[in-house]
Design a protein around this ligand. Structure first.
Ligand code: ZN
Length: 95
């Protein structure tokens, strides 16, 4: 069934920045190019993630203009999921 009401705005916000600054393809410096925001529901409540995204600007690099997202994001949620991994791990399985 579709959701009838919008979720409340998350009360908390967390900024995630990629630890790695050098491109895994060419080793050159990757600049912070833009920011994505995504809401995430966790067991401790909802939180808005502000993700700083890096990209390699070196032409000829195999990773040219490919997004490099914060490493911590993968520890918190699956891609394109609105629930955190802690919620997913507790989801009951139907037999
Ligand atoms: Zn590169």
């Amino acid at each position: 069934m579709a959701r009838l009401l919008a979720r409340a705005e998350p009360a908390r916000e967390r900024v995630l920045v990629p630890i790695r600054q050098n491109c895994p393809g060419c080793g050159g410096h990757m600049r912070l190019r833009y920011e994505n925001r995504r809401p995430l529901v966790t067991l401790s409540g909802s939180v808005r993630l502000r993700l700083k995204i890096r990209r390699c600007e070196h032409e000829g690099c195999a990773r040219h203009r490919l997004a490099y997202r914060p490493e911590a994001e993968g520890a918190m949620a699956l891609p394109q999921h609105e629930f955190g991994l802690d919620v997913v791990a507790l989801k009951p399985v139907r037999a």
